[in-house]
Write a protein that binds this ligand. Structure first.
Ligand SMILES: [Zn+2]
Length: 201
């Protein structure tokens, strides 16, 4: 099953700088340096989303996958003084994010508080606040969702990335916030468009 998913993912990203498809006898993937295969970011199942928000979420999912596989993302992360990586070098963090296969459930809710999205510790469900997500560009949604996705431990390595709870000076250099910064740099939308967004290669 895992092999099949990797093969499908490789096919999906055949146009990107994907590494050669792993042979079927390469399982299990080494924990520390997973350098084979192309991973996949998934958001599913989706609850309480309107048709319009669902379309934007699906676009955000595509952008998340394209960002992690992009040269723009690698170049940005490798130069960054990343913290709270669990001992990984920036290059190993990029390899891990590029190769992990993880789908997380997403639920829309409404709160007047200034929270874009959140997750409860120990649960993979990502809650997205309608107050911020409705009307947001696919880049902005993808940025928030991929931040939350990076927190969730994946099944292969059990690794998720954390950050300081408070807005400390070092927090922007955590992996989840660095993903947000990478989206700021590498994801662009046409003026006034929610869906017409692309990843800079
Ligand atoms: Zn976070």
């Amino acid at each position: 099953m895992i092999t099949l998913m990797l093969a499908l993912s490789s096919a999906t990203f055949a146009g990107s700088k994907a590494k050669p498809t792993p042979s079927q006898d390469q399982m299990p993937i080494p924990i520390e340096i997973p350098t084979t295969g192309v991973g996949h970011v998934g958001f599913d199942p989706v609850k309480n989303y309107s048709a319009k928000d669902l379309a934007a979420l699906r676009k955000a999912e595509v952008l998340s996958n394209e960002l992690l596989q992009s040269q723009c993302f690698s170049d940005f992360m490798i130069k960054r003084a990343l913290i709270q990586t669990g001992g990984k070098t920036p290059m190993q963090v990029v390899e891990h994010l590029k190769t992990r296969n993880l789908t997380v459930p997403v639920t829309m809710y409404y709160s007047r508080k200034n929270v874009v999205g959140y997750r409860n510790v120990g649960s993979p469900i990502v809650y997205t606040n309608l107050k911020f997500h409705a009307g947001s560009t696919a880049c902005a949604r993808a940025s928030n969702l991929t931040h939350e996705w990076s927190h969730v431990p994946d099944e292969t390595t059990g690794i998720g990335y954390g950050h300081d709870y408070k807005a400390t000076r070092q927090r922007p250099y955590s992996v989840p916030y660095s993903i947000n910064a990478a989206f700021d740099k590498c994801c662009v939308c046409a003026p006034k468009s929610i869906l017409d967004c692309t990843i800079v290669q």
